[in-house]
Design a protein around this ligand. Structure first.
Ligand SMILES: [Zn+2]
Length: 90
């Protein structure tokens, strides 16, 4: 029984390590592909699914693709709901 738990723990650790490595490689690869070939067509580095931003009111992370936006003092804030957006204004 202990062995099963140990294997499960090992699997979880391995998966999280793999995810970290894949993320780093993806970043490097993205820079490598993006930088030298397309200097004119500069695109903002926003993934198609939208970036994750933190709701400053309730602390929830939301995708910029679906979040409510509010510009304030040159910065854009993202909110999970109109409720949070209204609270932020107050
Ligand atoms: Zn919220």
């Amino acid at each position: 029984m202990f062995r099963v738990i140990l294997y499960l723990l090992l699997t979880v650790v391995l998966i999280s390590m793999l995810r970290g490595v894949v993320g780093v490689i993806g970043k490097l690869f993205g820079d490598f592909v993006g930088a030298p070939q397309a200097p004119q067509a500069r695109r903002p580095s926003v993934p198609s699914g939208g970036e994750l931003k933190k709701d400053p009111v309730c602390g929830t992370f939301i995708s910029t693709a679906t979040a409510l936006q509010k510009k304030s003092g040159g910065e854009v804030y993202y909110f999970c709901s109109a409720e949070c957006r209204d609270k932020f204004r107050a």
